[in-house]
Design a protein around this ligand. Structure first.
Ligand code: AMP
Ligand code: TRP
Length: 336
């Protein structure tokens, strides 16, 4: 059995770009590997390395869980759980923090970038942002993961995880499996409807450029009808000169399974209004069943919690022997 593990941040508003670019990609990866067991963890402990509003965070955890389940993740076969529901992650994270040289953490580009974004970071950024990769190492190493499919921006963190595992193994004896990084394959990249030169983003203050998974059909229709385009009136794919129209073609292709060239041919002279209307209807038709399932999960939080708690219990039953093995080798007290 091949163990595939990934972590998803419950931060910001989930949008159609996350769904098409990340969640569907996860399904493809798992389906490509024969006899795979996947671990999907909602990394809420990573989310708090940056300031979060508690109510919003809780809601984002539920929404992310609901989307994963609505997308068809088989939660009985795979293991879906919030990171904070298995305390072994923070426990092992501390062990790794203690054996990770600061020089390794200093090199992490994500930390350097995030710290730069915050002025006077020494006063306002918690040390958790610095230790972030050691917690990520725990997510991965506790389950003897074989494969870690993540975006290229996370490659350095996975490499650091391998370094930490090797260091532990050489200090205390063979304990942790060395995982393999797997780049997410090229996925559909969706751009902002109002600023089609930049990616649709979870964190953008302005909601007009983003199709959120919780938007109603009416909101989706309005946002697409108001999408920024150009002053020609010809529907064709040209991401340089016509980023707005090209983005709509990519979206329509992704949700219908058709080729964007065929769609462009069909709508070439139809006018932007008619084209946008067709894109909106295609998106609504595609998203509605997923959104309905998502709402069903969100309308029954106790059931959702039960699924997540069961996932966490299964995760714990796998990670705990690993933690015990590590602490015993290190000479700590913890027992069964
Ligand atoms: P983020 O929203 O940046 O936390 O990213 C979560 C996941 O969604 C990552 O795998 C991203 O690659 C993917 N993703 C985020 N935004 C987009 C987008 N606009 N188009 C396609 N994929 C995206
Ligand atoms: N750091 C990852 C990100 O920002 C999320 C993450 C946390 C993760 N733990 C993980 C990804 C373990 C893969 C494996 O996207």
């Amino acid at each position: 059995m091949t163990k595939i593990l990934t972590g998803l941040q419950p931060s910001g508003t989930l949008h159609i770009g996350n769904y098409l670019g990340s969640i569907l990609n996860w399904h493809d990866t798992v389906n490509e590997v024969p006899n795979a067991q996947a671990f999907l963890t909602i990394v809420d402990l990573h989310a708090i390395t940056i300031k979060q509003n508690p109510d919003a965070l809780r809601q984002q955890i539920y929404e992310l869980a609901a989307v994963l389940l609505a997308s068809g993740v088989d939660y009985k076969r795979h293991v879906v759980f919030p990171q904070s529901a298995n305390p072994d992650h923070t426990y092992a994270g501390w062990l790794y923090t203690c054996i990770t040289p600061m020089g390794w953490l200093d090199r992490m580009t994500q930390f350097k970038e995030k710290k730069q974004k915050t002025t006077e970071y020494k006063e306002s950024v918690g040390a958790g942002l610095y230790a972030y990769p050691t917690l990520m190492a725990a997510d991965i190493l506790l389950y003897d993961a074989d494969l870690v499919p993540v975006g290229i921006d996370q490659k350095q963190h996975v490499e650091l995880t391998c370094d930490i595992a090797n260091r532990f193994n050489s200090l205390y004896g063979e304990t942790f499996r060395i995982p393999e990084f797997k780049t997410n394959k090229e996925t559909t990249k969706i751009f902002d409807l109002q600023h089609p030169e930049k990616k649709m983003s979870k964190s953008d203050q302005d909601d007009a450029g983003r199709i959120s998974l919780t938007d109603s059909s009416d909101q989706i229709r309005k946002k697409i009808m108001r999408a920024v385009t150009d002053d020609e009136n010809e529907v064709r794919f040209d991401s340089e000169k016509k980023p707005g129209i090209s983005n709509l073609l990519v979206i329509m292709a992704a949700v219908t399974g058709r080729k964007k060239e065929d769609i462009a041919t069909e709508f070439r002279t139809a006018g932007y209004g008619a084209f946008k209307g067709a894109v909106a209807e295609a998106v609504i038709t595609y998203l509605s069943p997923v959104q309905q399932k998502m709402r069903d999960y969100l309308d029954d939080i106790p059931q959702l919690q039960q699924i997540l708690d069961e996932g966490a219990a299964r995760a714990h039953s796998i990670s705990h022997p690993k933690v015990l093995e590590a602490v015993t080798k290190m000479g700590l007290y913890l027992h069964g």
